[in-house]
Write a protein that binds this ligand. Sequence first.
Ligand code: HEC
Length: 153
Amino acid sequence: MKISKLALFAIVLWVVSVIVFGWFFIKGNTAPIDGQRTAIMLNPAERELALVEMRGLLASTQGILEGLNKKDMKQVAQAARASGMASAADVNPALMAKLPMSFKELGMSVHHAMDEIAQDAEAGKPSGEILNKLSNTLSSCVACHAAWQLKSE
Ligand code: HEC
């Protein structure tokens, strides 16, 4: 069988595209900056979308603590659920492609933990156990903030 030059060219082009796409998917759209963090370059609307999500995470954290303090497990569940996986599901693909893999993993683990906290609250687990999970989750917030910055292009 003889492979035509055109077919060969198409295959090479396809392989190169897959590699380039994979590289961006893992590395994201990043730039080194002074200090210890790495900047993720987003357009202004994408940056705002990510920051809205962040403010949601802070509001959830506050709601969970307030609910635990008042022994109102319904509030704990509601506050946690607001930042669960469903809240991240509608993030647009272009933004996802710009976020580095490790950033996405850390972010998803936090959303997942929020769903777990909601389930635990609904199941009536002890406050101490939920506080422990929230505290562990907050170390992911701290770790991510120590590593990354969001910059507008
Ligand atoms: C996957 C990484 C990551 C995780 C996890 C994460 N953040 Fe962030 N967050 C960021 C980055 C990056 C910024 C922007 C910082 C900058 O540009 O200096 C940010 C900004 C914020 C802001 C500022 C929002 C604004 O409007 O300026 C708040 C509040 C915040 N995060 C709260 C949280 C809380 C609370 C958690 C955990 C429950 C959390 N974040 C988890 C990466 C993360």
